[in-house]
Design a protein around this ligand. Structure first.
Ligand SMILES: [Zn+2]
Length: 407
């Protein structure tokens, strides 16, 4: 398939491939590898020099989970990345971290977490960019009591988990206690039944594999590159159209528009592979390779969650020198279908901002709604994406790159 940068139809075809033809783009899966091969081929076809940044990661396979006591059953889901288990044990329920800390040794028991302690999804243990102390305290408390498994009963909480209910309290390949999760309603039912023993079975497997970021370059000097980035991975169970096949397709279109670019200023397209991974594996690998030179990146543009039909594209600027800010702003303000949005840090621009790099992020104006109702769910399908808007965004990125190159 050939890209024409004016072609919304080509964008739609690429979205279809990434979201519908591939079964999943979760890091570690065959679908993820095929997705990265697809973007490599397109970037190369647009005249970019491509490189793979390969790293180790896990693939997680699962067949389901069961929680029962005699004839009674409670619907549970396997905790993402959970190790397998098949254990019959007494339940021990805790609603706060203090209750876990005060509990006896829980070896041979199943820990049921419910109530306030399950209010929000825990950041993974080794997640590098954002990791609240109270989450670390919960991991430490649970691990010190050594339960055979953990079952978490969770309510609806879009602020960290997106639009899923129930949400997994643990989503962490570095957490080695088997886990499952259920709705808060089922948790109440389980507590009321107070069975002496329950059987928890989690059928799953962790398998070591590899993934890679795709980095594509144009220009000759990379001492201070301009970076255009979008993440290609998606959570399990979502087609990931807005989050973030749309961002990847936008960069493929922008790369096509820049196919004739041969300036000295280096431009990098970085297709990150780990934004929705518990360890942010691709982002960590990119930063590891770059080292302190990340501070020399001249300007970073990130696209994540942009292009929702009937909604404007929201842009936000971070840490720009006044001259650059003025020019970029002047370019964006005159564009129909673009609005200045609030600053946000839940995506790949944040690591550049943290390093003091000027950055520009694009998402959708109804970001909060998409995050609460659509992100990370089966509802994030290509029909939600306005491919014409992606073409408009690609042209905008192309213009901004020239604004930055011109200094
Ligand atoms: Zn995303």
């Amino acid at each position: 398939m050939e890209y024409r940068a004016d072609g919304a139809a080509q964008a739609a075809a690429a979205l279809h491939f990434l979201c519908t033809e591939l079964p999943t783009r979760t890091l570690g899966t065959e679908g993820n590898r095929r997705a990265t091969q697809f973007v490599e081929a397109h970037l190369a076809a647009s005249g970019w020099r491509t490189e793979r940044q390969v790293f180790d990661c896990l693939e997680w396979l699962y067949a389901g989970a069961n929680l029962s006591a005699g004839e009674a059953e409670w619907p549970v889901l396997p905790g993402p990345w959970s190790l397998p288990c098949n254990v019959e044990a007494a339940l021990f329920a805790c609603a706060t971290v203090e209750e876990i800390e005060a509990a006896p040794d829980l070896s041979g028991r199943i820990l049921l977490l419910h109530g306030p302690i399950t209010a929000e999804q825990l950041m993974p243990k080794r997640f590098p960019f954002y990791n609240p102390d109270e989450h670390q305290r919960i991991y430490t408390a649970v691990e010190s009591k050594r339960p055979a498994a953990v079952v978490a009963a969770t309510a609806r909480n879009p602020s960290l988990a997106g639009g899923i209910y129930p949400f997994p309290l643990f989503e962490d390949g570095d957490f080695d206690i088997p886990s499952a999760y259920m709705t808060d309603v089922e948790g109440v039912r389980l507590l009321a039944a107070a069975p002496a023993l329950v059987r928890l079975e989690v059928c799953s497997q962790r398998r070591p594999t590899t993934g890679w970021n795709v980095v594509a370059r144009k220009g000759s000097s990379f001492a201070s590159p301009i970076v255009l980035c979008a993440h290609i991975d998606a959570k399990k169970g979502t087609p990931g159209a807005l989050d973030n096949a749309a961002g990847v397709v936008t960069l493929l279109l922008a790369a096509e528009l820049l196919s004739a670019y041969e300036g000295e200023q280096g431009v990098e397209v970085v297709i990150f592979n780990g934004e929705d991974n518990y360890a942010a594996a691709g982002e960590i690998e990119y930063l590891r390779r770059l080292g302190p030179a990340v501070r020399n990146v001249r300007f970073a543009i990130n696209v994540d969650g942009a292009g929702n039909r009937d909604n404007a594209i929201a842009w936000s600027l971070y840490g720009c020198p006044p001259m650059i800010e003025e020019r970029v702003r002047a370019n964006l303000i005159e564009r129909p279908n673009f609005v200045e949005g609030e600053v946000w840090y839940q995506s790949d621009h944040a690591m550049f901002v943290q390093a003091g790099v000027p950055a520009l992020a694009f998402t959708t104006d109804n970001f909060a709604q998409v995050w609460a109702q659509i992100a990370h769910t089966a509802a994030d399908t290509p029909e939600l994406v306005d491919c014409g808007a992606l073409v408009g965004l690609a042209h905008t990125i192309h213009h901004i790159v020239h604004v930055i190159v011109a200094g």
